[in-house]
Ligand binder design. Structure first.
Ligand code: 8YV
Length: 332
């Protein structure tokens, strides 16, 4: 019997064995000609003609048109904003994501950025390497303890909770948050206080973005909100670049209106070499790597594989289907 074809990106090489074991009983697994960073579109379209499942992101109408048999796209990540969900629903293709498995990894990197920017780790590293310390010069100015500071989380969901836990239980920080939903668990276990966005911007020593990107959160942190922040406060974003107005952030940092930023995500990715954010002072940057731990990446790949297998075995709707498609039944 011919098994349904499932395309997986070559970058999953490290997790391939685990993924293969889950997929192979029901599917014919093939490496996709399109990787996360691009690839051979013509070859990819040939593969798509027979594919019933695929891992990845960035699925749009062009891809859907080339894939008449496609039943499920397993987005490699929790944020699925790179896909055209409306088009997928029209084409009766499920979109699933990977909630939960990467929360620890993202929270770890968030805290790393908070510490790095506050404790001036990048200038400190350069200082030691350039021989400044050896020459007995003054060095790095005093910074501040984490203890007793206020973290304000914008979007207190699964990942936000993990960051909050680290900050409250590990550093003894105060926790406030802005979210359209109340997080009763965080309120009970971590003493979180729900506030307006304005209050979070004004009162936080660390504004930390953990919301997903959607039409309501796109550019939700603009000129007005950034100017509400304390001059001594930092902003950290490990969610999605377009939630913050990046051009304004670069300006506010250059004018010294806030103390610094830690960014793992950007308006355009990769961040163009001439983007003003690359010149902004007191800013620690990372190349969208928050989920880049062995554990998280394996969890994401396994979750993708399980979601695809569920659909191929007729379990519809599948687990981890995106909220926009919840309860929908697609038959092909
Ligand atoms: C990326 C992420 O998907 O889960 C998310 O939302 O942003 C990441 O895990 C991953 O880096 C693959 O590109």
């Amino acid at each position: 019997m011919v098994k349904p074809k499932v395309l997986i990106p070559k970058q999953l090489y490290d997790q391939y064995e685990k993924v293969r074991k889950i997929l192979e009983p029901v599917a014919d697994v093939e490496f996709s000609a399109m990787g996360f960073g691009g690839g051979d579109m013509a070859k990819y379209k040939e593969q798509l003609a027979a594919a019933e499942g695929l891992f990845g992101g960035g699925v749009n109408e062009e891809i859907l048109k080339a894939a008449p048999k496609l039943k499920v796209v397993a987005n490699y990540g929790v944020g699925y904003d790179s896909n055209d969900v409306g088009a997928m629903t029209r084409y009766k293709v499920y979109l699933t994501n990977t909630p939960g498995v990467l929360s620890d990894a993202v929270a770890d990197l968030t805290v790393a950025l908070m510490l790095a920017v506050n404790r001036k780790m990048i200038p400190a590293d350069a200082y030691v390497r350039s021989g400044g310390w050896a020459k007995g010069a003054l060095g790095i100015p005093y910074t501040s303890d984490m203890k007793g500071r206020t973290i304000g989380i914008v979007g207190l969901g699964r990942i936000g909770f993990e960051t909050a836990k680290r900050c409250v239980k590990g550093f003894d920080m105060n926790l406030i948050y802005y979210d359209i939903y109340q997080n009763k668990k965080a309120e009970a276990e971590l003493g979180a206080k729900q506030k307006t966005l304005e209050a979070v911007m004004k009162e936080s020593d660390y504004v930390v973005i953990h919301t997903d990107l959607n039409p309501q959160t796109r550019r939700m942190i603009g000129d007005k909100q950034l100017r509400m922040m304390k001059k001594t406060a930092y902003i950290i974003n490990t969610a999605r670049g377009p939630i913050i107005d990046q051009a304004v952030l670069a300006k506010v940092l250059s004018e010294g209106l806030i103390a610094g930023a830690g960014l793992d995500v950007f308006d355009a990715e990769p961040c163009p070499a001439n983007d003003p954010i690359l010149k902004a002072p007191n800013t620690v940057l990372a190349p969208h790597m928050a989920s880049g731990t062995q554990e998280a990446r394996e969890g994401m790949a396994v979750c993708n594989a399980e979601n695809v297998v569920a659909v191929l075995k007729g379990q519809i709707p599948p687990p981890n289907v995106v909220p926009e498609q919840r309860g929908m039944i697609f038959k092909k």
